[in-house]
Design a protein around this ligand. Structure first.
Ligand code: FES
Ligand SMILES: [Fe+2]
Length: 341
């Protein structure tokens, strides 16, 4: 198995074509637009009168001011600089300096970028080809609302580095010894396999010498491309959705649900767990992740061992998805060339 892992070398840093979580649905309120940066691009998100989430480049067509600092008026987005107004189809409907009712010259429209709002998350398609039918979702993952808590933040660590980190449990008893005490170091009864496109990973973390406070810790997790995880740990189901902000930073959306506590108590416990989880990332993972010398996603110089199996499998799935997308694109463009010729 080690051979199988070691052969999995990944030097690409391309994006898996997929729907990516770019914002919490609850963050796109009725009253005002929000700005998000994802994949190195700035987007403005706002809610049209019919409730739909509208996504546009966060750049006014006039003189490039950020529209996310603007206001919503009469079902349109208004630029804060000179007051140009854009409707939910991206048309510029008013240039105040030209006078109300003056026709708007062509060329002021903004492109609208198609997004979906599902499971309480706003999703953006990224990658070549037609958008996939479904957003990536792990069956059994928690929906928003009563009993679950959502939390999101930016982390100044590269995206793939965090994807690698989520697939790794055996750092818990070492790096998180102080913040997550009581976990054994030896990974036993490990299983990692792919089922209906989802990587299922389970293990028991054991102490070499069990004691009263040294119990076995069972772990179970599910991972879906491009970067969705559901982890059962510490009495919670934790759902993560990761999206690059740019080459150096990553956006994390997380949802916490405790199967034992529902309703308001579940939400309150989830909120506490979320803050603690973020503190662990920032105080412990972040430093280790930023210290890694090799490029994120490049396994060519790593020496892996069996506990890294889920990591190797998932990055294999990633590589496969990217290769298939590239192949489809090549076939598509040669078909188009043949048709043209
Ligand atoms: S820059 Fe937006 S109205 Fe002038
Ligand atoms: Fe960690």
């Amino acid at each position: 198995m080690i051979d199988e892992i070691e052969q999995t070398s990944h030097t690409e840093n391309q994006i898996v074509p997929a729907w990516y979580a770019i914002a919490a649905g609850s963050a796109v309120v009725w009253r005002k637009p929000i700005g998000v940066k994802r994949f190195g691009e700035a987007f403005v998100l706002w809610r049209a009168d019919d409730g739909r989430v509208v996504c546009m480049p966060d750049r006014c067509s006039h003189r490039s001011a950020a529209l996310s600092a603007g206001k919503l008026r009469d079902g349109c987005l208004e630029c804060p600089y000179h007051g140009l107004r854009f409707d939910s189809a991206g048309r510029c409907v008013l240039i105040p300096a030209n006078g109300v009712g003056a026709p708007v010259p062509p060329g002021f429209a903004l492109p609208t970028i198609s997004v979906r709002e599902e499971h309480g998350i706003v999703w953006l398609w990224r990658g070549a080809g037609e958008p996939a039918r479904d957003v990536p979702w792990i069956p059994g993952a928690s929906e928003p609302g009563s009993g679950s808590a959502e939390y999101w933040y930016d982390l100044n660590v590269p995206y793939l580095r965090i994807v690698e980190n989520l697939l790794d449990f055996h750092h818990f008893p070492i790096l998180h010894k102080t913040m997550l005490p009581g976990i054994g170091t030896r990974m036993d009864e490990m299983d990692a396999h792919v089922e209906d496109g989802i990587l299922v990973f389970s293990a028991t973390m054991r102490y070499e010498k069990p004691g009263a406070l040294k119990q076995d810790t069972p772990m179970k997790a599910w991972f879906a491309l491009p970067s969705v995880a559901l982890i059962e740990f510490g009495g919670f189901y934790v759902n993560y959705f990761l999206t690059p902000i740019d080459d150096e930073r990553c956006w994390i959306y997380a949802r916490y649900r405790s199967p034992k506590a529902g309703g308001l108590l579940g939400t309150a416990l989830g909120k506490i767990a979320a803050r603690y989880d973020r503190a662990i990332f920032i105080f412990q993972d972040r430093h280790a992740l930023l210290s890694q010398a090799d490029l994120p996603g490049d396994f060519s110089k790593f020496k892996l061992y069996p506990a890294d199996r889920a990591l190797a499998l998932f990055f294999g799935m990633r590589q496969q998805a990217i290769l298939e997308a590239n192949r489809r694109e090549t076939v598509g463009s040669s078909d188009a060339a043949a048709a043209a010729g």
